[in-house]
Design a protein around this ligand. Structure first.
Ligand SMILES: [Zn+2]
Length: 227
């Protein structure tokens, strides 16, 4: 069912410079319209998806893909893609706050006086790639505690497969306290590489003392990437 009338108007703009993104959106809508138009589930997070949700997912995917290293040395894994765009590392705005700021700080990458692309390229050149168990923000009405942990747990197998078969990093670093309830489950996954921990614990960039985590993260990165 075509309830948005979108595919036609989007298809007609295919020759614009944003043609690739538009084509991806087009494909996405078609795929879901053909299966079930009532309960669309986002492939990036497993949550029910509105048109706006899918649009945001595709936008972040496009920004992220651009700076994926060919060979990923360190995969930085968070729980949820940040709610705010300025906290999302790969956003093109050039404002780096929250998770994005902590990561750059830990790597000693300064964003002062640089265009966002320069910062992203530097992060990429260092062999780093950031992703989240849920590649979208947690729906605002999804509750925090148990429900969030359940959503994360549901995504673990697809994430592990993606890490093992596609991303193939030399190591994985966990940076969200929201992953704490499922840490044992993560450590039991077959990722094909070691998980770097802070004395058996997570680095918590979203915890009460992110500065401490950033400092310890920096120390851990100085160690060799396990082969
Ligand atoms: Zn999503």
């Amino acid at each position: 069912m075509n309830c948005h009338g979108l595919p036609y108007s989007l298809a007609s703009t295919n020759t614009t410079p944003t043609g690739i993104a538009v084509a991806a959106t087009f494909h996405y809508i078609l795929k879901y319209d053909m299966t079930n138009s009532k309960a669309l589930v986002c492939d990036g997070c497993g949550q029910e998806a509105s048109a706006e949700h899918i649009e945001r997912r595709l936008r972040r995917l496009e920004w992220t893909t651009r700076y994926r290293p060919v060979h990923i040395n360190t995969l930085v894994l968070g729980a949820f893609s940040p709610q705010e765009e300025k906290d999302f590392l790969y956003a093109p705005g050039g404002e780096f706050h929250g998770e994005a700021a902590h990561l750059l700080d830990a790597l000693g990458i300064s964003s002062a006086g640089k265009a966002a692309e320069g910062v992203h390229a530097e992060f990429q050149r260092a062999g780093f790639f950031l992703t989240h168990v849920l590649e979208c923000p947690l729906d605002r009405d999804a509750g925090q505690g148990a429900e969030a942990a359940a959503l994360l747990a549901q995504r673990l197998q697809p994430v592990a497969t993606r890490i093992r078969r596609s991303l193939k990093p030399k190591r994985v670093v966990l940076i969200s306290q929201a992953l704490r309830p499922i840490l044992e489950k993560i450590l039991a996954l077959e990722l094909g590489c070691p998980v770097v921990l802070d004395n058996g614990k997570l680095f918590e960039f979203d915890g009460p003392a992110p500065g401490n985590s950033v400092a310890r993260f920096r120390e851990a990165l100085a160690g060799p990437a396990g082969d």
